[in-house]
Design a protein. Structure first.
Lengths: 367, 325
């Protein structure tokens, strides 16, 4: 069990990977028992399968020319499902862009995600998701927002944690360091989650840093930091739960390096064969988070892989329906361009909009 | 009424808003205990507490980005960039997030925050302490940019900026921080953002300026007057959104225009204002609208500033040239 004692004896510089089960799904910690019920674990596995099915379909929609660039999550789902289970409605989720399962758990509708990646800002409204920030494209820049949110939670006397996500490449950005420093100096209840998937697009981690790992970067800021097996659902869930409790009880930030591997491409525009080897991919395929959790479930007679096809078929139908909802979304209006720049549209923008509308009229257009 | 300089007027506005709205926090480098390097925030920490007026770590991107986090959580941060030339590390946050969060989230999250930036030259300072970067902000969709030229406007514009539902860049002409004293109401008032002001009505030429250049233009008007030229002086007050109506009405009347800015010339506020004049008052023009701006050079260190800073004599010279066109 990951507890305060574990944390006290944990030194990031030792580069010890916190894990609960091995690559075959066998529990390797002595006397370890799951802190969540069997049905919850089964549900987590099904959520993981759902996220994976979404990814596969999203890539295919993109290939069919029905969606623009999409960043697949393949291989990193255990982190997202664990986070989704831990993050509470009152907590803030500050995403980078590859945390699909966590977004869905927060209440984001799949149709919104599709709409966003099809190219409509309305996809970032997240109508049913409280305290969920939009995708942040400039790398690591979102983490300082997380630190500010943490200050606000303290200032407003709220018991709410902030979860800020970033990738391994993002740890080279200044904002990563500024965010850790601000959060630490301000005692902000922020859980920083670094998804170390080994590559920043094509650049491998060894070109990114000479640090022994990414968790050590938290040490200088006096932020408790742990390297966790990001492909081990149990380990991720435990450390995330612990981190949430820790930041709320101590009013201090926490950093998790979730070590994982991006099985898919960076985005649908990327071709990983240009920069990584089949051998490496095969090594990581053995560590697939889905296979590991599945093995555990099968061993405990909670899941029969024969059920899987039926379940994913059902998922596919559901996902298709969500995608169609995004495809049938009302046409992008001129008001969508101008309407959200300011609370009240300034005269100058009214003028620009009006000039364009006058032009449209001469072309026989209606909007 | 109380006689105040601009530093005192800004301090007064902050004090008032801190008093009135518990969501307001003021932070930046040295703004807490020291009260800011220009003493603009002097006494505010003592009065309102160290959780509301405080020194932050020295990192401008972090200062700006954390303020966005606070703003979307319902607070109203007023942050300080210590000097004009120090804002650049925060540009990613300002241009990529602060100005865009409302649009990106379709109004779900809004960013009611103020970024105060002392700006401009003429104070014999080091490099990066004398710049006029307003064009970057005026060019950025999603921001509003204001620059007061008097203590009265400084207070009213800052209150309007803090109460604005969108992010406002509030630039302070540090050269005249203490140069002008005037009577300022002690109670709350605000000056609408987006409204220029005709400071002096005149007949022959419209001069448009803002910030520290207003005082220089006023001195130039005295010289011009001796030559029989009547100048209409407009204080722009808001860089964006531009007050087209006030400018065009004036130039339609005078038929001539000179824009004076301390900022470098190319793609700057003067270019934008002249475009507005051409669009709105072309048929009334008696002479090509002109601009007198900083050079497209780095602003020199103090010994060279005399060449860069725009003097009243030079403004008067340009005025005469345009009138005699």
């Amino acid at each position: 069990m990951f507890d305060l004692k574990t944390l006290d004896s944990y030194k990031p510089i030792d580069d010890k990977l916190y894990r609960v089960m091995d690559e075959k799904g066998k529990i390797i910690l002595k006397d370890w028992k799951p802190s969540i019920s069997d049905p919850e674990i089964l549900k987590a596995y099904q959520d993981l399968l759902f996220e994976r099915t979404v990814d596969l379909m999203a890539v295919s929609y993109q290939r069919q020319g029905r969606m623009y660039t999409y960043p697949p999550n393949l291989g990193q789902e255990a982190i997202h499902i664990a986070a989704g289970k831990v993050i509470q409605p009152e907590d803030w989720l500050v995403p980078a862009f590859r945390e699909l399962g966590a977004w869905l758990a927060k209440g984001v509708k799949l149709s919104e995600i599709f709409l966003y990646f099809k190219g409509h800002e309305d996809g970032s409204k997240f109508l049913n998701a409280n305290r969920m920030l939009p995708v942040s494209v400039p790398i690591a820049s979102q983490l300082v927002h997380a630190a500010g949110l943490g200050y606000a939670m303290n200032y407003q006397n709220e018991q709410a944690a902030v979860f800020g996500f970033v990738g391994d490449g993002g740890t080279s950005e200044g904002d990563f360091h500024e965010a850790l420093n601000f959060a630490s100096v301000w005692n902000a209840p922020v859980v920083f989650v670094v998804q170390n998937n080994q590559f920043a697009i094509s650049v491998p981690l060894k070109m990114q840093t000479r640090s022994i790992n990414l968790a050590v970067k938290g040490v200088a800021y006096d932020v408790p930091s742990v390297v966790v097996d990001g492909n081990d659902f149990f380990a991720m869930h435990e450390v995330m739960s612990f981190a949430r409790q820790y930041v709320l009880e101590n009013k201090r930030p926490f950093l998790i390096e979730a070590r994982t591997y991006r099985i898919g491409a960076h985005t649908t525009s990327d071709d990983p064969t240009r920069y990584r080897s089949k051998e490496e991919e095969e090594i990581w395929a053995q560590r697939d988070p889905a296979k590991r959790l599945q093995a555990w479930l099968v061993k405990h007679k909670l899941w029969d892989p024969a059920q899987e096809d039926e379940l994913t078929a059902q998922f596919r139908k559901q996902i298709d329906a969500e995608f169609e909802a995004a495809e049938n979304y009302p046409e992008y209006k001129l008001d969508d361009v101008f309407g959200y720049m300011y609370e009240t549209l300034p005269d100058e923008l009214k003028r620009q909009k009006n000039n364009y509308q006058n032009y449209l009229k001469t072309q026989g257009a209606t909007q | 009424m109380k006689v105040m300089n601009m530093v005192q007027a800004i301090n007064d506005a902050l004090d008032l808003k801190l008093q009135e709205d518990k969501g307001v926090v003021v932070y930046g480098e040295d703004v807490g205990v020291e009260g800011g390097v220009f003493r603009v925030t002097e006494g505010l920490q003592l009065k309102h507490g160290a959780d509301r007026v405080f020194d932050s770590p020295l990192a401008e991107s972090g200062i700006a980005g954390t303020a966005l986090g606070m703003a979307i959580a319902g607070m109203k941060p007023v942050i300080e960039m210590q000097f004009d030339g120090f804002v650049y590390p925060a540009m990613n946050q300002i241009l990529s997030h602060i100005s865009r969060f409302r649009n990106r989230t379709r109004g779900k999250f809004t960013v009611p925050m103020v970024i105060r930036i002392p700006y401009g030259g003429g104070i014999n300072a080091l490099e990066h302490h004398s710049e006029s970067p307003e064009a970057y902000f005026g060019h950025t969709p999603g921001l509003k940019v204001v620059i007061p030229s008097t203590p009265y406007d400084a207070k009213g514009l800052l209150i309007a900026a803090i109460e604005d539902p969108d992010p406002v860049i509030y630039m302070e002409p540090k050269r005249i921080y203490r140069a002008i004293k005037q009577e300022v109401p002690e109670e709350k008032y605000s000056i609408p953002i987006g409204k220029a002001k005709v400071l002096t009505p005149g007949e022959h030429i419209t001069v448009i300026a803002y910030g520290a250049m207003i005082r220089e233009a006023q001195k130039a008007m005295v010289i011009a007057k001796e030559k029989g030229i009547s100048v209409e002086l407009i204080d722009l007050r808001t860089i964006w959104p531009i007050d087209r109506d006030t400018i065009s009405a004036s130039v339609r009347k005078t038929g001539r225009a000179l824009v004076v800015t301390e900022a470098p010339q190319s793609y700057g506020p003067a270019a934008e204002l002249i475009a507005v004049i051409n669009e709105e008052a072309f048929l009334s023009l008696e002479a090509p609208p002109a601009r007198l701006t900083g050079f497209d050079t780095v602003i020199p260190l103090p010994l060279g500033e005399k060449h860069y800073m725009i003097s009243p004599a030079r403004i008067a010279y340009e005025i005469e040239k345009i009138v005699k066109f």
